[in-house]
Design a binder for this molecule. Structure first.
Ligand code: AMP
Length: 282
């Protein structure tokens, strides 16, 4: 497995792979790998000639006061795990190489970034779409792999790809969970044992909504209240948002007539966790 640091070098390497007729699968990540990341790598391995994983904790998608400095990082372990997953090439650029002095161009996807995490993390998606565009331009992958855990991110990236006529396929893969339902996240390691236990309430509240919809409940206000009430039974949980929205536009739903996305963000101490469930009508 090759590790490339320089943007110009990955650009050249990918250009020559494409000229050889190889298909390229890209998995963009911020590292601190868990089974969620590995599931994307394995799928990319199965579907492409060459698998490239980028590891970059992107400073511009963190607002001031967020956890950029304390975000978990373990490059040596990540490299070993990527190698075991059959990755051909990792791209580990420095922030200075990605955002050199004088950098001043950003990619902004508008409406779909207004709600959910976009509302609580101003500037976050602008940072995401800017780095993703740079990675797509450098690697020019045939396919790029994203996890449903960050559902809004994947919806924003799909919008970006459609709106800017980018020539690649976005593959969205299911959320990988711990045995007790907690969605795997690099940030989970920062939870205290008490917070880790309390964090089970995220998935439990999403499942509650799914069950209530299956049982025929269609009142979104009631469903949201029930989710909030369940989350609030955990004294360590502080709700950031609880939402039921259209899975395409991510606009809040007043009425349930088709598939919907239940999405939540909850803080436990310093750690903000997100989760979601796509719910279809029976
Ligand atoms: P991150 O390193 O957190 O930026 O995540 C890199 C990619 O892995 C993103 O596409 C995430 O959606 C995906 N991912 C993170 N956690 C999970 C999970 N539990 N299951 C599936 N995919 C995930």
């Amino acid at each position: 497995m090759q590790n490339i640091h320089e943007p110009s070098a990955i650009g050249r390497r990918c250009e020559s792979l494409r000229r050889e007729g190889k298909t390229i699968g890209l998995v963009p990540t911020m590292g601190a790998f868990h089974e969620g990341h590995l599931s994307l790598m394995r799928r990319a391995r199965a579907e492409n000639d060459v698998v490239i994983v980028s590891i970059f904790v992107n400073p511009i998608q963190f607002a001031r006061g967020e956890d950029f400095d304390s975000y978990p990082r373990d490059l040596q372990d990540d490299l070993a795990q990527a190698e075991r997953a059959g990755v051909d090439l990792v791209f580990t650029p420095s922030a200075e190489a990605i955002y050199p002095d004088g950098f001043q161009t950003y990619v902004d996807v508008t409406e779909i970034t207004d709600g959910l995490c976009g509302a609580s993390r101003p500037g976050h998606f602008r940072g995401v779409t800017t780095i993703v565009t740079k990675l797509f331009n450098l690697v020019r992958p045939h396919r790029a792999y994203f996890g449903q855990k960050d559902y809004q991110q994947s919806a924003v990236v799909r919008r970006l790809v459609d709106d800017l006529n980018l020539d690649l396929e976005i593959v969205l893969l299911p959320t990988i969970r711990e045995a007790d339902g907690l969605a795997m996240s690099s940030r989970n390691v920062r939870l205290t044992p008490e917070e880790r236990q309390a964090a089970c309430v995220l998935y439990a509240s999403l499942r509650l909504t799914e069950e209530r919809v299956e049982a025929g409940e269609r009142n979104t206000k009631l469903l949201l209240d029930e989710m909030r009430t369940m989350i609030e039974t955990e004294p360590l949980a502080r709700i950031d948002y609880v939402a039921l929205c259209d899975p395409e536009t991510l606009k809040p739903l007043d009425q349930i007539e088709g598939p919907m996305l239940a999405a939540i963000a909850v803080r436990f101490g310093e750690t903000r966790l997100i989760d979601n469930l796509l719910i279809t009508l029976p």
